[in-house]
Design a protein around this ligand. Structure first.
Ligand SMILES: NC(=O)c1ccc[n+]([C@@H]2O[C@H](COP(=O)([O-])OP(=O)(O)OC[C@H]3O[C@@H](n4cnc5c(N)ncnc54)[C@H](O)[C@@H]3O)[C@@H](O)[C@H]2O)c1
Length: 370
């Protein structure tokens, strides 16, 4: 099939899971000009049929059968987080040169380690979708930090109202990016609330923690019902704030409402809002750039995402077992199971009425401001 690509000059793509994110990916691949969506897969026949028609692509509800028949250059899967290692195996078996998949890397370190082992044992490139990096407001904050305008950076932080398996992977990825991707040495956390442990994105209702990075920068994260409000942002899912503080100032991005900085030269701010239509095209283009030349490693490459994933799993282990968890992790564990055992009966106290509503908690809670 390599010869077919040479004829069309396009990288052939299979997309598995034609839900919200699968469709975002498929549309962005097709619109790019360097890719061609040649196969789509979903266990939901109506979603699959509609996508196959839209892209003029082959379809099959069995990802392995489709991938073996179509032999794509890019195997992309956007299934829910319970499906990871199986899809990675299929991607590798299909002979694809690049696997693109959704955050989180996995639900447990046991599965994350399996994924890493499979990828390391193959030559396939892999990319994980932390595409907020491409937002103009995110890039502005990164630029200010990288310029040295904050002096010596000592702290990076990230907070979000949404729950962990949705949001923490993003927060940690952008904190690591703002901190020059320095390795983490340990993580320590507390958690409360078991309501979202049975969600399709299983999570403690609230997790707050600390990370020590090897360059002596401290990371601080809060994610979930107990996190503070981000009053600058109206849309609940975009209530996220990620930033850095240094000896000469700070800079931060709000996922749903621009950025701001204070440095020695004064205060500045600007716009920008998380937007799939703006973030997906450059995220997809960087896959073509990496496929074209091994030296142009994708900013959202698997190794970078895995370093963030380890931090998230370290925080979970600490929340359940106590103490500081040394990183990188050496032994596998089932973090969601140990959190289930620890969190049973430990109720969360939401910070805001909006959080109370989103977490299905009584709306009139003593001490919670409306
Ligand atoms: N990067 C981001 O900004 C972002 C935003 C939202 C969601 N996500 C992530 O994207 C992933 C998917 O989320 P979504 O909102 O698109 O979910 P979704 O439920 O809309 O889509 C998932 C699709 O996968 C299909 N599916 C399930 N099992 C399958 C199988 N074995 N073979 C083929 N198809 C299968 C489902 O039928 C469904 O259509 C999740 O991991 C989520 O965390 C990322």
């Amino acid at each position: 099939m390599g010869s077919e690509r040479e004829m069309s000059g396009k990288y052939r793509v299979v997309v598995v899971g034609m839900g919200k994110r699968g469709m975002h990916h498929a549309r962005a691949f097709q619109a790019n000009g360097r890719f061609e969506v040649v196969g789509v897969c979903d266990v939901d026949a109506s979603r699959m049929d509609a996508a196959a028609q839209q892209f003029g692509a082959a379809k099959d509800s069995d990802a392995l059968r489709l991938a073996k028949a179509v032999k794509p250059d890019v195997f992309c899967f956007c299934t829910l987080p319970n499906l990871r290692s199986e899809m990675i195996r299929i991607g590798i078996e299909s002979g694809a040169r690049l696997i693109a998949f959704e955050k989180p890397v996995a639900l447990t370190s046991r599965e994350g380690m399996q994924v890493r082992k499979m990828l390391a044992g193959s030559k396939v490139k892999a990319v994980v979708s932390h595409q907020h990096r491409y937002g103009e407001h995110y890039r502005k904050v990164k630029e200010i930090i990288a310029s040295g305008a904050l002096g010596r950076v000592h702290t990076v932080y990230g907070i979000a109202s949404g729950w962990m398996m949705h949001m923490l992977s993003h927060l940690i990825d952008y904190m690591r990016w703002f901190n020059g991707e320095a390795p983490a040495q340990w993580a320590m956390a507390q958690a409360a609330g078991d309501g979202k442990l049975s969600d399709l994105h299983p999570s403690p209702d609230y997790l707050g923690g600390f990370i020590q990075f090897a360059n002596d920068v401290r990371g601080v994260v809060e994610c979930g019902a107990g996190a503070p409000d981000v009053p600058e942002v109206d849309y609940w899912w975009r209530k996220a704030r990620i930033g850095a503080q240094g000896t000469d100032g700070f800079a931060e991005v709000m996922t749903g409402n621009g950025w701001r900085a204070v440095t020695k030269t004064g205060a500045s701010s600007g716009g920008g809002c998380m937007n799939y239509d703006l973030d997906m095209p450059p995220y997809i283009q960087d896959m073509a750039t990496w496929l074209d030349d091994d030296r142009n490693v994708h900013p959202c490459n698997f190794d970078s995402a895995y370093a963030g994933f380890e931090i998230m799993m370290g925080l979970c282990r600490s929340a359940a077992d106590g103490g500081q968890v040394a990183l990188p992790l050496t032994e596998p564990a089932d973090e969601i199971e140990i959190l289930k055992a620890y969190l049973a009966g430990r109720k969360v106290i939401p910070s805001t009425a909006a959080n109370a509503k989103e977490y299905g908690l009584a709306e009139k809670l003593v001490g919670v401001k409306s």
